[in-house]
Design a protein around this ligand. Sequence first.
Ligand code: IVH
Length: 670
Amino acid sequence: MTHSEAEQRIAALRREIRHHDHLYYSKDRPEISDAEYDRLFRELVELETVYPDLITSDSPTQRVGAPPIDELTKVPHEKPMLSLDSITDREDVLAFATRMKRELETDHIVYTAEPKFDGLSVELVYDQGTFVRGATRGDGRTGEDVTVNLRTIRALPLQLHHNQIPPSHLVVRGEVYMRLDEFQALNRRMTERGEEAFANPRNAAAGSLRMLDSRITASRPLTVTCYDIMAVSGTFPSTHWDELEALAAWGLPVPAHRRRCHSIEEVLSFHEATDAMRETLPFEIDGIVVKVDRRDWQDQLGSKSRSPRWAIAYKFVPRKEITVIQDIVVSVGRTGTLTPLALLKPVEVGGVTISRATLHNADEVARKDVRVGDTVKVERAGDVIPAIAERVPVPGEQRQEPFVMPDHCPVCGSAVAREGAYFYCTGQTVCVAQLKGAIEHFASKSALDIDGMGKKTVAQLVDRGLVRDLADLYHLTKEQLLTLEGFADRSATLLLESIERSKSVSLDRLLMGLGIRQVGQHIARVLAKQFGTLPRLMAATEEEFLQVREIGPEISASLASFFSEDRNRQVIARLVERGLSIAPPPAEATTGSQSLAGKTFVFTGGLAGYSRNQAKELVEQHGGQVSSSVSKKTSYVVAGTDPGSKLDQAQKLGVRILTEGEFTDLVKPE
Ligand code: IVH
């Protein structure tokens, strides 16, 4: 393939991928399978690897995030980003309509009504049809530049559609949010890694978008919808409805559920219909937004200091009910965090019976001033875990003493320490609650990957005193397992086998599994790569950790404190004593033969038996190398299904081409 052929193919692939992104994310109507999409994407990645000079910032491959930055820079908005007045009563909507009629001196006003998305507002700037800048709302005049983070959102087109000539300059306002299912899955992943879960999808979206490391944003399932043109070169569409249509024609996602209402009664019925379908929507909305449709009328009505006069947020009545706090207990999480929980007289809120609500932390309990016996309003306002909205004072009530955090852990009795608003048990693995969490984490997929070591098994092992620290896992016997509920001969054998298998582990997985605060999968890999072996890592000082790229003061402090604890060093020593063999990180693996020393491999197309990474590891284990582009020096090109242009290149250069079967023969253990 010549350079100019590659250029054409790259352009065609980008067009096609953008088209499918649009169908998938904006229209919810995909036309090709995920596998087909992946193939297009892979071909583009491959071509861009061979021709890096053809990479442009708007390429779909550039959504992976960029290296972290120190802080988000402030940017002034082109136009102030106003807020909306909100109302919850029908009477207020009617009053709004009356006001509009009076000010516009007309009896007939058309409104556009659309959902009010519960996310965070962003400004998106397109120049010559290319996404160039994006910012959070901030204080309405100045926001934070989150361009690189926004780029990672697949629903956000990096290029506007060209069939509808895009304006030379366009500023759009939209809402970044997270779907409920994605939010729940994210929280599960975070909890598994020992990180604090987000309280609701809005917090998750805001936290993810405002990351200093956009590679983290890229791994978060954010999406976006657009609902306002803030500025545009040329003429403005004449109504809000046409504005949404124009945005959609340029390829931007817009609210699919919307109605052009010819009377305020129609607005009321849209509100009712939308409230009724709220539970079935895959994302959170907290009301509808009603906008005077005609743009000239919007201009005539103008704005107050914070909000336009021509629009209003008509919120849904929050799902709140009144009940009584029967008790306040404290639960201990995997990392030892103490969370106060209110036990409630069961009450139904929005179709779900609620008997407990989180009180988040001690400050929150004090701020809301809730005590045992109090009457309170509980709400499910987007939050998956119900929360206490407020206390409802009852005349003449005799209140109990204010709640105080215990100074000893309710699970293990160890001292409780405080870090800002958070209290935590210092007992670590002495604390059964933390020990269970630590073992679950240690055995999890991304750590030691011990199949069959589920929550229930861990609980039994700990409660029966069979496991008192991580190293005890490697002393378990079949007889012991057979005493547990749910275990028979076969399941016990399988579990012992997977425990045995877990003994050979790479350093990064082990580090991840130790559950060191602030050390997740990524940081574990960074550390493993940097230090190579556990003894070297354990001998490092806080300053040495701080020298490592991507490792800041908090992580360094956490590492230093973890490795300075005798108890932790002893557990690690015992793990090694019991046969844990820790391999250097995969890239430096030198196990296996050197039969492929000096050979360079290039892969193209899909392999049935291996992921690309596995194939690479195999080649490296045999002393060979993997490259992403074909040259005369390439020893073999392995062609899988639907190979890309690399195959043509190999043929042209006379490079030996292998099928997957032939490749397997080369890397098979001798
Ligand atoms: S219009 C001048 N439309 O609600 C136009 N806002 O409480 C102002 N929001 O900060 C915004 N969905 O983040 C508009 N369909 C929608 C919206 C919406 C959600 C948010 C927006 C704003 C907040 C106001």
